[in-house]
Design a protein around this ligand. Structure first.
Ligand code: FES
Length: 101
């Protein structure tokens, strides 16, 4: 009996459109996954300070850094906001590449 290997997917949407997807790479950031999926997420500081890379988590889990970086706040996080340059996806994750409204 062979065990089926579980593969997780990171998918990128804009609204209802699926822009691209890639297999989860343990420990890589959302933005690194977006390169693999050939999807463009704007970045600037790449260190959690500017908020340029803010995306919306639709489902799944993306880490929120502790302490909270200047680019995020509690209200944004409650709306699903994550910073692509430092957020690490875990398991199957769906992301809208636009920040929450
Ligand atoms: S690129 Fe500045 S917070 Fe991510």
């Amino acid at each position: 009996m062979s065990e089926k290997k579980e593969v997780s997917l990171v998918r990128f949407f804009r609204g209802a459109n699926l822009l691209g997807q890639t297999i989860l790479q343990e420990g890589k950031t959302v933005v690194e996954h977006s390169y693999l999926a050939e999807v463009d997420i704007p970045t600037n500081c790449t260190s959690g300070n500017c908020g340029a890379c803010m995306v919306t988590l639709l489902s799944g889990e993306v880490s929120v850094p502790e302490p909270m970086p200047p680019g995020l706040d509690e209200d944004f996080i409650a709306d699903g906001a994550r910073l692509g340059c430092i957020g690490i996806p875990k398991g199957d994750v769906d992301i809208d590449i636009l920040p929450p409204l």
